[in-house]
Design a protein around this ligand. Structure first.
Ligand code: ATP
Length: 241
């Protein structure tokens, strides 16, 4: 991990019609770090990630990625710059095989040997997917679909992977496995990670740094290890009042 900043948002404001979903979010993600954004239902986590990836436009503020302003650019252009979005609910292509989903993730890449190597790397990280490479993605379990969504984003060779509630609907054991792989993708492949979660326990285990969102604003920020020890976090997010 370095102090070099890969992603920064400055005073980001995003609306749905008249509803302000995020109201002035500023955060920094250091290159090769894992940063988590915690928040309850409706805090603005999904909106934040969608604004970063270009899926929705912001009204004010900036998204600075690799030194360039990327706010309000089309999602394909943001992806081509190196941001891989793993959306909430996985959104794998259900009528395509596991292999085909991964090929789609490599769209735009022409380095065939490297693509083949990366696909084997995905199967090494997620042996469940290797066994099911020819099965339709719609028949995978929720956990396997989450693995596939991460693998598909990895196939784009992103500099930054943003993950929207990867633990949603998964057992604690599966959540631990998937978060362990995310940490390995970060450590072994140098991919910077920004993940948003309601599951503070799982997210803080792997995070170098964390932010807490409430009703569209950052209310707390600290190194991951400090947040785990914070009394407020224990009370509101870790169930230890
Ligand atoms: P969750 O954990 O439920 O996904 P979240 O932290 O990701 O929550 P967002 O989905 O970003 O929160 O929602 C932030 C706010 O914006 C909430 O008040 C929500 O009701 C509102 N909102 C989200 N999507 C829309 C939409 N399409 N139209 C109107 N309001 C929306």
């Amino acid at each position: 991990m370095t102090d070099d900043i890969l992603l920064e948002t400055r005073n980001l404001e995003t609306f749905y019609g008249p509803i302000m979903a995020i109201s002035g979010i500023s955060l920094k993600v250091a290159r090769e770090s894992v940063v988590t954004v915690l928040g309850a239902n409706g805090a603005g986590k999904t909106t934040l990630l969608k604004t970063i990836s270009g899926a929705i436009d912001c009204k004010k503020g900036q998204v600075i990625f690799g030194g360039a302003e990327v706010q309000n650019q089309p999602p394909d252009r943001v992806a081509a710059r190196g941001i891989g979005h793993v959306p909430e609910g996985r959104e794998v292509f259900p009528f395509m095989s596991v292999h085909e989903n991964l090929v789609v993730g490599a769209w735009g890449r022409h380095d065939r040997d490297a693509v083949a190597r990366d696909m084997e790397q995905v199967f090494a990280y997620f042996p469940d997917l290797a066994e099911k490479r020819d099965q339709m993605a719609g028949f995978l379990s929720g956990g396997q679909q989450q693995m596939l969504a991460i693998g598909r984003a990895f196939m784009g060779r992103p500099k930054l992977m943003i993950l929207d509630e990867p633990s949603l609907g998964l057992s604690p054991l599966l959540t631990k496995t998937i978060f362990g792989i995310v940490r390995r993708i970060n450590g072994e492949q140098g991919v910077t990670i920004l993940l948003v979660e309601q599951n503070a326990h799982a997210a803080l285990q792997v995070a170098d740094h964390g932010y807490v969102l409430e009703v569209g604003r950052v209310v707390m920020e600290a190194p991951g290890a400090e947040l785990i020890e914070s009394e407020d976090i224990k009370e509101f997010y870790l169930g230890k009042a």
